[in-house]
Design a protein around this ligand. Sequence first.
Ligand code: NAD
Length: 501
Amino acid sequence: MKTIEHWINGGPVPGSEQRTAPVFNPATGQERARVALGGSADVDAAVTAATAAFETWSESSLTQRSQVMFAFRQLLLEHEEELGRLISAEHGKTVDDARGEIARGREVVEFACGLGDVLKGSFSDQVSRGVDVHNFRQPLGVVAGITPFNFPAMVPLWMHPIAIATGNTFLLKPSERDPSAANFVAELYRRAGLPDGVFNVVHGGKDAVDAILAHDGIEAVSFVGSTPIAKYVHETGISAGKRVQALGGAKNHAVVLPDADLEFAANHITAGAYGSAGERCMAVSVAVAVGEVADGLVEVLERKAREVEVGPGDAPGTDMGPLVTKAAQERVEHAVGTAATQGATVVVDGRGLKVDGHPECAEGFFTGPSLLDHVTAEMDAYKEELFGPVLAVLRVDTLDEAIALINANPYGNGTALFTGSGEAARRFQRNVRVGMIGVNVPVPVPMSYYSFGGWKDSLIGDSPIHGPEGIRFYTRPKVVTTRWPQPRQQVTAGFSFPTSS
Ligand code: NAD
């Protein structure tokens, strides 16, 4: 059985501990590899390598850094299919979906290629007589990223291209459920000409995370994952004096107004709910039907849910693969049962799904799409982030009621409105307490040159990720006030606080 090792100082290393964890192929339910579980000695080895690399990397020119990013971007493009298949084999999502996440991650590399422009400082001439002011930003040092299973390529790509392009060195602690993408990316960076020690990977779970949070040599931590762990990482990291950005879980509502094109809305809500088996932080997990649209909407949603093709992620024609683990499959199926007990109508029941035509999938972690109607805000199916292919329909009378429902929810990652009315869309986007909003767009993931981040329990702390916020997060500003006196110029130095003249 293959063991996936750490990647420290330019190559794979077995790590100091003998502990490993299984990595499954969720479509077959079979173990496909073991992953090393790192601890403080491994984190320390990575930080030592990254600290040494920082000395030279932070002194490299912007041209050199953007050339590495251009080469890395090209390699990501050339290896998209291979990396996509690797992700599909450990995560379960379809190869096309995996290629989509790589493409969206590559956009962040493209943003980082333009580093020379985005890192420009500003200059003020003659702020006082003979005095100028300029500012610039410098890297922090060694920074770390701790990432979730659901986007093993894209979420780390939200972090490391910007951290590295701005002159930092990086330690990635990916999810232990689908760890191979991290090493694949490390190899691409090596081939792109990134010096050894600039990008490192330590695998593992809580022990590795705790070692990162406790390590004095790490200046900043970027975290993406569930809200309880985001809160823990934020609190622990901040107490240890680090800069921390921590993105958490979600419950994303898609509101459908009576004037919406039902077929269009239902099509997009279905894809947003069941794509990647609902294991996206921007997945649509709640459809809010406003007024008389409800019965018609549920009817179309039911038809669409029944049309979803469930199968292994690498089979042509598959829309939706398995869940990531057996525990996730059991949790989601249990939640559907609880919803029925609590009074929801199970319109489509995905429990106990058997995948036709794929005998190798008999032990896979599959569940089919589930559609729940007449869900209320008090039910667990609404309150909990199920992170599976379950769409809950809530019925309200007005758009303002829909907005109030969204605002009362503790999460505020993404939301969407389906309508033909500009007035309603404007009211919605101005009044919802959510960070990322779609108008007739179900999964409104911002482009890389904007920043990604929710509100409330979907973002702990105050720093969204990538785009301009990424540059800000991974650098510190300096402001320089300069005077060049003329030779032998007599200037009296005042003892009171300097003002301009
Ligand atoms: P998770 O919180 O279980 O794990 C995230 C990371 O934390 C992993 O690297 C994991 O090893 C580590 N971890 C797990 N338990 C820990 C513990 N007790 N102490 C310290 N570290 C621990 O999340 P997941 O199941 O991998 O991913 C799914 C979650 O991520 C969902 O809640 C989803 O909404 C969220 N997510 C959010 C965004 C976003 O942008 N807001 C993006 C992707 C995923």
